[in-house]
Write a protein that binds this ligand. Structure first.
Ligand SMILES: [Zn+2]
Length: 381
């Protein structure tokens, strides 16, 4: 009974408050090239869009944005597949018009809530060229039309940093006749080839040859590349030759605390960004970014174990955590994959054969695909 009255009261209040306040357009940004172009509309609150014209007949895409306001007519030169764009007021909201340079289709549209260093809601529209491959002009370097923001939200090719464990004077563990540093490099190159073949990834390697690279420098390679994912490849070892199986490490709670200490001491980890912000703000941003990153690392680790588990034996308790330096980057999802035990005959055989490594890296590449597909679905919710 009481519930009924309250609910009624609630509706009355809502009615009294009227419709949801309109979202305001803050910026329109472009990224991508003549194959795929991403348009991002920064909004001060959530909004949805309606495809009013898909551009198939007249190369003009029109998207209605109900309950969105725009201060004056915003317009300008586009980029990639977009010749010119304009946002103006329309009945009940705003309307975005995109005049296309070439034939293209609206591949997807979704809203990104604030997060990952972005304070605005972002309504994202992805266009894909429908002209025959090769018909496009050479790829343009993505540039921002308005104030620079974190680039990753604009990029279409994900940046994957592959870290071949050990190297040079540091051989890592060794099996009967195999050194860890050699199988990690061979596996890293096999994974790079698979990802690049898909055309959906930009791959950066922390080492390409038998060289020694300090752990901190590996993290800085990933930060400079503004990586979307970091995967470190290793081979495990143990006193018992019977022990075998793959496992995945993500950053532990203790490791998270280590980040703060590293920052205190010499800041090598975060040199690249957060300039001019006071420590308190930096700390809050660090915490926020670390939490998001930790969740993503855990999500990727689970997807990876599922895939690898179809190719080889997994170690008991296969998802582990540790404070490894290579996992410390606060804003890059990162895992360390122990591909198997080099001290076990069967695992060593798997790791030293290119066919065995090939199957394992197929599984890793598949899990990267599934991970980003899942991330896109989450973002599109
Ligand atoms: Zn190792």
């Amino acid at each position: 009974m009481i519930v009924g009255a309250l609910a009624l009261a609630g509706v009355a209040v809502a009615m009294a408050q009227g419709p949801a306040p309109a979202a305001g357009v803050q910026k329109v940004r472009f990224g991508g090239d003549r194959n795929e172009t991403r348009i991002v509309i920064d909004l001060d609150r959530a909004a949805s869009g309606k495809l009013l014209a898909d551009g198939a007949t007249d190369r003009r895409v029109v998207i209605g944005l109900p309950n969105v306001t725009v201060a004056g007519d915003l317009q300008g030169a586009g980029q990639g597949l977009v010749e010119r764009w304009a946002i103006d007021e329309a009945a009940g909201g705003a309307r975005l018009r995109l005049d296309l340079k070439a034939n293209a289709e609206v591949r997807r549209r979704f809203l990104l809530p604030p997060g990952d260093g972005a304070s605005a809601y972002r309504y994202v529209i992805d266009l894909k060229s429908t002209d025959a491959p090769g018909a496009q002009a050479p790829a343009l370097r993505p540039t921002l039309v308005s104030a620079p923001v974190k680039a990753s939200a604009l990029r279409l090719k994900k940046v994957i940093v592959i870290d071949a464990g050990h190297g040079g004077k540091d051989p890592g563990s060794s099996g009967a006749n195999t050194a860890e540093k050699d199988v990690t490099l061979a596996a890293a190159k096999a994974l790079k080839a698979r990802l690049e073949k898909s055309g959906r990834y930009t791959v950066v390697m922390t080492r390409q040859s038998d060289t020694f690279v300090p752990l901190e420098a590996r993290v800085q390679v990933a930060r400079r590349a503004d990586a979307d994912l970091f995967i470190s490849l290793h081979a495990d070892s143990g006193p018992d030759a019977a022990t075998r199986g793959a496992s995945v490490y993500t950053l532990s709670e203790k490791g998270t605390e280590r980040v703060a200490r590293v920052l205190e001491k010499d800041d090598w980890l975060m040199k690249a960004n957060l300039p001019g912000r006071d420590r308190a703000v930096s700390q809050i941003l660090l915490d926020l970014s670390q939490r998001a990153t930790k969740n993503r690392s855990a999500a990727f680790a689970e997807t990876l174990l599922q895939s690898v588990g179809e190719e080889t034996v997994l170690l008991r308790r296969s998802h582990r955590d540790a404070g490894f330096i290579v996992l410390l980057a606060p804003d890059i999802p990162a895992v360390l994959l122990e591909m198997g035990f080099i001290t076990n005959v069967d695992d060593e055989q798997l790791l030293k054969s290119s066919a065995g490594r090939g199957r394992l890296m197929d599984a890793v590449a598949n899990s990267i695909e599934s991970y980003f597909a899942a991330q896109t679905r989450i973002a599109a919710r």
